[in-house]
Unconditional design. Sequence first.
Length: 140
Amino acid sequence: MAIIIRDDKRKVLQEGIRFLSFYVQTIAKGDEATIVASGFVPSKPPSSSENIPLIADFGAIPAIGTAAIKLRVKAWKSARMYQFEYRKKGDDNPWTVILSSKSSCTISNLGVLEEYEFRVCYVGRSGKSPYSKVISSRVY
């Protein structure tokens, strides 16, 4: 029992550190002094060998009666984060961005019977993948 609890705590901690490191990297914009001041060690420059793949198996699953939609994409082992984006269909407003360390996320508090557009991209060490095709779904 204690081993299971320890492993669960380790997963939560690793996910938190991974998310925090991505945040520091975003804020520092490559400034090594800022990275070191935050307690992290600057990473090596990204190698050109990392090929960011195209998005695969992106889908939206409405959760009926909850005003929420679950988005999922095929996981990429080298992804540091997944950048999910959404907006009301037909709007020219900017996309709302949700960063996730997991290959799925649930967006809640959406307008019931409204139709939304969704897209996603992988975030790797050497940048972002091209965005997925935009998909749309109605919220129930």
